[in-house]
Design a protein around this ligand. Structure first.
Ligand code: HEC
Length: 144
């Protein structure tokens, strides 16, 4: 027990040290930066949905970024990386099929947003995407 905790502490210290010097090379850091990029793109889309001022080029660009980050997300949770960051829920490893399903649902929703041609289809696709973010978080992200 105590050894495990010490190891976990050592790992999290080295991750924090890595982030402190600005190189999030650890897998936990890669997850966080992927999600942060998703989040910034999502904020732009959210503001667009709210204002109703649809800009197809911008919407496609941001939604494609989300889709491609969700693609890379597939490889960021290998066996043994359960404790690489504090926010990934253990359910990712115990229910990989469920995790993959919500990941693909969200990725497909992002591609629909990217393909939207007018404000109405954008708004509807964006709402589906937001639901998909939430359904992954509610099961596979630790509340913090
Ligand atoms: C397939 C699952 C999944 C989907 C889909 C998903 N997320 Fe996440 N998200 C996670 C997990 C797991 C974490 C915690 C892991 C981490 O940050 O290392 C997270 C963390 C975050 C964080 C916190 C980032 C940080 O600094 O740690 C934000 C913000 C976020 N997600 C936004 C979004 C948005 C917006 C969407 C939809 C466009 C989305 N997520 C879709 C699984 C998902």
């Amino acid at each position: 027990m105590r050894v495990a905790r010490l190891v976990a502490t050592a790992i999290s210290i080295s991750i924090m040290a890595g982030m402190a010097i600005g190189c999030a090379t650890g897998i936990g850091g890669q997850r966080e930066s992927a999600m942060e990029e998703i989040s910034s793109a999502n904020k732009i889309l959210g503001a667009m949905a709210k204002s109703g001022a649809f800009d197809k080029t911008e919407a496609s660009e941001q939604a494609e970024l989300i889709a491609s980050k969700l693609e890379t997300f597939k490889n960021l949770f290998p066996e043994g990386s359960q404790n690489a960051d504090g926010a990934a829920d253990a359910a990712i490893w115990t229910d990989r099929t469920g995790f993959e399903t919500v990941r693909m649902t969200a990725r497909d929703a992002a591609l629909k947003v990217a393909a939207a041609d007018d404000a109405a289809s954008f708004a509807s696709a964006y709402s589906t995407l937001s639901t998909a973010c939430g359904s992954c978080h509610s099961k596979y992200r630790v509340d913090y």
